[in-house]
Design a protein around this ligand. Sequence first.
Ligand SMILES: Nc1ncnc2c1ncn2[C@@H]1O[C@H](COP(=O)(O)OP(=O)(O)O)[C@@H](O)[C@H]1O
Ligand SMILES: [Mg+2]
Length: 190
Amino acid sequence: MIGERPLWDFPDGTLAGREVSAYLVSDALGWDIVPPTVLRDGPFGSGMVQLWVDGDPGVDLTRLVRADLPELRRMAVFDAVVNNADRKGGHLIPMPDGRVYGVDHGVCFATEDKLRTVLWRWAGDQLTEAAVDKLRALSGDLDGPLGERLGEHLTRREVRRVRLRVDRLIRLGRHPEPSGEWPAIPWPPF
Ligand SMILES: Nc1ncnc2c1ncn2[C@@H]1O[C@H](COP(=O)(O)OP(=O)(O)O)[C@@H](O)[C@H]1O
Ligand SMILES: [Mg+2]
């Protein structure tokens, strides 16, 4: 996509596909984390179009990222699945009704573990039963149509790694913890 800046640690030209893939995973989980996102052909080539959501500008993001909210806890699980390398405060969109959307998923789905997030509050905690149920269903979906659709935007290896991360989360039954090998928090964090 012409409007993309190259990133040193991700393959070129795939940011839009990663954004769409993040939406597909969010949609499959049924947690409504990523606003609807599609690939479109436009005057400057193929690109990503995402539904604009009108967040509540009055919410203090520095407080929000520390809040013990089920929405954020689900997002932490989602980020572990998609291997989000950039979940900063500014990528949260709190809605007037209390829901929280996540945006900017251009640096997800690396094959190596790169989880970088401000949502570490639940690190090491047991996953909720609801989350484990969702992950089990997702694991099945990845063997079917979801896996195929992700394959349109990601490499086969990247799709395989999604499945492996999901299965690892189910097996360990816990929220991931910072690895120590990679900065755990995005810079800048907001
Ligand atoms: N779908 C959306 N709805 C509403 N606001 C959005 C949406 N996507 C992005 N934004 C706002 O625009 C900002 C920049 O978008 P982002 O995707 O992070 O772009 P960049 O690639 O420039 O970092 C976000 O931090 C957010 O505040
Ligand atoms: Mg951004």
